[in-house]
Design a binder for this molecule. Structure first.
Ligand code: ZN
Length: 232
């Protein structure tokens, strides 16, 4: 039996991947896993739980609260997140990484996910990383993930496959994919904002990237829609 585990952050991309996995492997064979890594905004975990409920898949949260002890990034520490999309795009064109980069995070998530999957007879791991249209995190790139897949196979003597359905899609393609897979109901409960605000702040890099994607796809973001309604 082909069982699949989706690393679910509670955001737009991993939620889209959850629906991709359901479509690919069947709902009964799909489950999701989130990490409580002492992120500043616990709302992410609530989103992940809610999204899993809507998608009707089993969900678990693993505590790995060591990133804040390592320090130095805006997602676990009390450091300001840059507000500007041009800053993010400039960074993308240089070798610099934004302060939202948590070193090793994605590698550690997937390694824990693999250990968890191994114990449960799951061979397919799904991650919502993308190497286009985002902040240029090196642990979200195709070559990093393909080497990690090899390492996990060798290191656990187990035939894992890491799936990254969004790897080469831009944000608007991802929106269209979510719509096609029926993920839009769940999308209303996802969380993207780096500032942890609900309704989303609308000016952090994550909010701006998300808004750009929905605008390009010519779709209304179901997360924003109810707040727009109240505004008018
Ligand atoms: Zn925001």
């Amino acid at each position: 039996m082909n069982k699949a585990l989706v690393v679910l952050s509670g955001g737009q991309d991993s939620t889209t991947c959850l629906y991709w996995a359901i479509n690919e492997f069947g709902r009964e064979n799909t489950s999701s896993l989130s990490f409580d890594y002492d992120q500043r905004h616990k709302i992410e975990l609530e989103s992940a739980k809610k999204v899993s409920e809507i998608a009707a898949v089993a969900h678990e949260i693993l505590p790995i609260n060591t990133f804040s002890a390592l320090g130095g990034n805006a997602l676990t520490d009390n450091i300001d997140v840059a507000d500007d999309l041009t800053v993010a795009e400039e960074i993308n064109n240089t070798s610099q990484l934004p302060n939202t980069f948590v070193p090793g995070r994605n590698l550690i998530f997937l390694t824990f996910a693999a250990a968890y999957a191994y114990q449960r007879g799951i061979k397919h791991l799904i991650s919502g990383v993308a190497q286009t249209d985002y902040s240029g995190y090196p642990d979200c790139r195709e070559n990093t993930l393909s080497f990690l897949e090899q390492t996990l196979r060798l290191g656990m003597k187990y035939n894992f496959t890491i799936h990254t359905p969004l790897m080469n899609l831009n944000k608007s393609d991802t929106v269209m994919m979510a719509e096609k897979l029926g993920a839009m109901d769940a999308m209303a409960y996802t969380h993207t904002c780096y500032n942890g605000e609900q309704p989303p702040c609308g000016h952090c890099q994550a909010c701006l990237f998300r808004a750009k994607g929905f605008a390009k796809a010519n779709r209304v973001d179901p997360l924003i829609e109810p707040f727009q309604f109240f505004k008018n």
